[in-house]
Ligand binder design. Structure first.
Ligand code: NAD
Length: 319
C-alpha cells in the first residue's frame, strides 16, 4: 500500500543537503522533512528559508531537528561531513569522515533503525560500507549514491554528442565513485541501439567525428567534472541534489528503478564484501538486487582495479 506520509530525514544542512531538501520540497515527495546539523544557527536559517516555499508546494512539515526527531523516517540521507577542497581527491576525506560516522551512525540506529540509509558523504563507497558495518543493518537497507551522478553526467555528454535527448541514452559509469570509476561502453545504448553501432551513424547528421577520440574525451570530462566545478565554485551540489531526488523517488514510491547506487557486492566476478556501484534494482527496501550486467574483459578488469582501490583503503582503516 502507498505510504501516505513519507518522512525523510537529512543529516547535514550543507550545500548538498539543502539542494536536495529544496528539490524534495518542490517535487512534493515527502510529508515531513527533518533536517539535522551540528551548526544550529545555520540550520535554523536554512529551515526558515525553506519554510517560505510553502504557498507554492504540496504541504510538508519541515523540522529544524535533533537526532530524536528522525524517529519513524522512511529514508535517511547522510550528507554530513567534510568535502573536497580544490585538487583534493575524495579518498583523502576518509579519516575525518569515518570519525564522524562513528558518532552519527549509532544515533541513526538509536532513533530510526528501520529507515533506509542513503549515504552521500565522500568517499561514498567506503563510508556506505562503514555505515553498513557500524549499524549492523541488513545490507539492502544501506545504500550509497554511488555513480548515479557520474552516470547522469555521462548520459548528458553522450546525448549532446549524438544530438538525442539524454533520457533516451542508457549508459553507466560503474565502480568506485572516484578516480577509478569506468564507463561501460560495451553496453551503452541510444534508443535500444548499441552506441558502437549508432555513433558512426550520427556522423551522417553532418557532424563527422573521430569516434574513438570523442568517446575518450567524453569519459575524461565525466571523471574530471567534479574537480573542475570545485575549482570554480568550491562544491558540487545541484547535480547530486537531483540524483538524490531520483533515488528517493525510487525508494518512497517503491519503483523497482534500476540505478547504479553503491551497494554491498557479494561474490560478483570474484569480488566480495565491499561497496561499489553496479546497476541495481532500488525500491522501498532500499536495494533489492544487483543486475548481472555483462561486462567485456576490459570492463571486468577495470571493475576489479576499482574494487582493489576500495578494498585496500578499507583494510588500511581497519574495516
Ligand atoms: P558542506 O560543508 O556544505 O556541508 C556539510 C555539513 O555537515 C555542514 O553543514 C556541517 O555543519 C555538517 N556536519 C558536520 N558534522 C556533523 C554532525 N556530526 N552532525 C550533523 N551535521 C554535521 O558540504 P557539502 O558540499 O554539503 O558536501 C557534503 C558531503 O557530500 C561531502 O563529503 C562531499 O564530498 C559529498 N558529496 C558527495 C557527492 C556524491 O556524488 N556522492 C556529490 C557532492 C558532494
Amino acid at each position: 500500500m502507498a505510504n501516505l506520509n513519507p518522512k525523510v530525514s537529512i543529516i547535514g544542512a550543507g550545500n548538498v543537503g539543502m539542494r536536495y531538501a529544496y528539490a524534495l520540497i518542490v517535487r512534493g515527495l515527502a510529508r515531513e522533512i527533518v533536517i539535522v546539523d551540528k551548526d544550529k544557527k545555520r540550520l535554523e536559517g536554512e529551515v526558515m528559508d525553506l519554510t517560505h516555499t510553502a504557498p507554492y508546494t504540496s504541504p510538508v512539515n519541515i523540522v529544524n531537528g535533533d537526532y530524536r526527531d528522525i524517529a519513524g523516517s522512511d529514508l535517511i540521507v547522510i550528507t554530513a561531513g567534510v568535502k573536497q577542497r580544490v585538487g583534493q581527491s575524495r579518498l583523502e576525506l576518509i579519516e575525518s569522515n569515518v570519525k564522524l560516522f562513528r558518532e552519527i551512525v549509532p544515533l541513526l540506529m538509536k532513533y530510526a533503525p528501520e529507515a533506509v540509509f542513503l549515504n552521500v558523504t565522500n568517499p561514498v563507497d567506503l563510508l556506505s560500507y562503514v555505515t553498513y558495518k557500524i549499524s549492523s543493518k541488513p545490507s539492502a537497507s544501506v545504500i550509497g549514491s554511488g555513480t548515479v551522478l557520474d552516470t547522469a553526467r555521462f548520459r548528458n555528454l553522450l546525448a549532446k554528442h549524438v544530438g538525442i535527448d539524454s533520457r533516451n541514452i542508457h549508459a553507466y559509469i560503474l565502480g568506485e565513485h572516484g578516480d577509478s570509476e569506468f564507463p561501460v561502453w560495451s553496453r551503452a545504448m541510444v534508443g535500444g541501439i548499441l552506441f558502437k553501432d549508432y555513433c558512426p551513424k550520427c556522423c551522417v547528421r553532418g557532424k563527422s567525428c573521430n569516434h574513438k577520440e570523442e568517446l575518450g574525451k567524453i569519459f575524461k570530462e565525466v571523471k574530471e567534472s567534479a574537480y573542475k566545478i570545485i575549482e570554480r565554485k568550491g562544491e558540487t551540489s545541484y547535480g547530486i541534489g537531483l540524483a538524490l531526488l531520483r533515488i528517493t523517488e525510487a525508494v518512497l514510491n517503491d519503483q523497482n528503478a534500476i540505478l547504479p547506487v553503491s551497494s554491498l557486492v557479494k561474490d560478483y566476478l570474484g569480488l566480495d564484501d565491499l561497496y561499489l556501484s553496479l546497476p541495481a534494482v532500488v525500491n522501498k527496501r532500499g536495494l533489492d538486487y544487483i543486475l548481472n550486467i555483462e561486462l567485456n574483459n576490459e570492463e571486468q578488469e577495470l571493475l576489479k582495479s576499482s574494487a582493489k582501490v576500495v578494498k585496500d583503503i578499507l583494510t588500511k582503516i581497519g574495516f
